[in-house]
Design a protein around this ligand. Structure first.
Ligand SMILES: Cc1ncc(C[n+]2csc(CCOP(=O)(O)OP(=O)(O)O)c2C)c(N)n1
Ligand SMILES: [Mg+2]
Length: 444
């Protein structure tokens, strides 16, 4: 029945929502689920079809008030990550100065750095006397970041980094993609071409379970981590075995999909939303889905968003437009994103344009990423997929941050190198930055 009176509708909405809140506070989430499914069933009896797309709102799955405290020393982790960012970029830039068009990718690792570093610092376990160690399949085009980390750890030398992608030289350089045959003590699995690592890893997880069930292998809490690109999910192999993983309840398994919303030469879903689309597909296959969309900067705004206006706006804006925000000034974001409704504009009236420009996406916020990984580690009964929103070429500024050309960016000019150095606080002097030297802090 249509309600003429807007005030009455608002009051009715308020009462229903308050009742639900009351049930949640007094009886918990299970009771909320039960009530909602009864309401759903009742509506179906009236012939009302509610098509369930399997998506949840376009916000983080883990609410801010349920986040665990971050256990690491944020400042030191940030400094290490920044040095790795610099060296990863420098490898590709230097290789391309010697031989133009040599390949290698800067922008993929630039978007994945936090996703990897939180894993390295807090989750991935190496094999030792007590444990067999985790299996980690790295997004292959992000290899410069893995090499750059090994350089800081002292496992690779500056000479190794210098020879990136020049593996046919007599001195034997580093292969651009994970290559266990050339580097048996370094890479566990070959993870290109795109689509191979997700399907191989699912069968590996299933085989490990099989060995345990047949008592051929000691049961263990080993995890298989697979880092993937959002464009990569369009390869048929990427999704080809996910229903098997769901059916076999492979909870020894975690996919982390780096949703920078871009692929090789453009957006993954310019006029759609890749995170929502993947959520539907994975939830339908029985996976536990954790979305990490917004960084902590957004928490105070979402906290104020009592009537869901902001969440609605986040959901209606397509990925292509979010990519535009990544390259635009704060003034445009205020007008185009918040300007849709005066109540949204009011929410950010105390925010400067620069603040709006700097509001981080979830995959660049270690606190959000840590919360998701911890929840994935603790989850039982199904595989987990983490959908993390990032910006491709993060930190490259004018040289490619969030731009369509960023995937192929292999050269930075003097000014761009200086900006990169300043943004990440790398202690390389002005006169030397244009050489893009590798930087390693003193051992102490
Ligand atoms: C099967 C296959 N097709 C094409 C390529 C070439 N290729 C390398 S990276 C890339 C785009 C990757 O996009 P995405 O998966 O979103 O990763 P991102 O770099 O954005 O993190 C393509 C098409 C490939 N490696 N494998
Ligand atoms: Mg991508």
């Amino acid at each position: 029945m249509a309600k003429e009176n807007q005030k009455f509708v608002e009051l009715e909405n308020k009462e229903w929502l308050e009742s639900l809140e009351d049930v949640f506070r007094s009886q918990g989430p299970e009771r909320v689920r039960d009530l909602l499914s009864r309401l759903h069933e009742q509506a179906r009896k009236y012939g009302i079809q509610i098509r369930q797309t399997g998506t949840t709102p376009y916000v983080n799955t883990i609410p801010a008030d349920q986040q665990p405290p971050y256990p690491g020393r944020r400042e030191i982790e940030r400094r290490i990550k920044n040095v790795i960012r610099w060296n990863a970029m420098a490898m590709v830039v230097r290789a391309n100065r010697e031989e133009s068009g040599i390949g290698g990718h800067i922008s993929t690792y630039a978007s994945a750095a936090t996703l990897f570093e939180v894993g390295f610092n807090h989750f991935f376990r190496a094999p030792n006397a007590e444990q067999e160690g985790d299996i980690v399949c790295f997004q292959s085009h992000a290899s410069p970041g893995i090499y750059a980390r090994a350089f800081l750890e002292g496992r690779l030398s500056g000479f190794d980094l210098e020879n990136f992608r020049r593996k046919l030289k007599p001195e034997r350089g580093l292969p651009s993609y994970p290559h266990p045959r050339l580097m048996p003590n370094f890479w566990q699995f070959p993870t290109v071409s795109m689509g191979l690592s997700p399907i191989m890893a699912i069968y590996q997880a299933r085989f490990n379970r099989y060995l345990e069930d047949r008592a051929l292998k000691e049961p263990s809490d080993q995890k298989i981590w697979v880092f993937l690109g959002d464009g990569e999910m369009d390869e048929p192999e990427s999704l080809g075995a996910i229903s098997l993983a769901g059916r076999d309840k492979l909870d020894n398994f975690i996919f982390v999909i780096n949703c920078n919303l871009q692929r090789l030469g453009g957006p993954v879903r310019g006029n759609g939303k890749i995170i929502q689309e993947l959520e539907t597909v994975f939830a339908g296959a029985g996976w536990n889905v954790i979305k990490v969309i917004w960084g902590s900067d957004w928490d105070p705004l979402l906290e104020k968003d009592k009537d869901g206006l902001l969440a609605k706006r986040m959901e209606e804006v397509p990925d292509g437009q979010f990519q535009k925000y990544a390259v635009c000034r704060g003034e445009y974001i205020r007008k185009d994103f918040f300007g849709k409704d005066p109540r949204l504009l009011e929410m950010v009236k105390n925010y400067s344009d620069e603040q709006l420009e700097r509001m981080r996406r979830g995959g660049h916020d270690p606190v959000k990423v840590y919360a998701a990984y911890k929840a994935a580690m603790e989850h039982k009964g199904s595989p987990t997929v983490i959908l993390a929103q990032t910006i491709k070429g993060y930190g490259l500024g004018e040289a490619g941050e969030g731009r369509n050309v960023t995937h192929q960016q292999k050269k930075l000019n003097e000014q761009e190198l200086l900006e990169f150095r300043n943004r990440f606080g790398i202690p390389v002097p002005d006169g030397e930055a244009q050489e893009a030297p590798f930087y390693k802090p003193m051992d102490d």
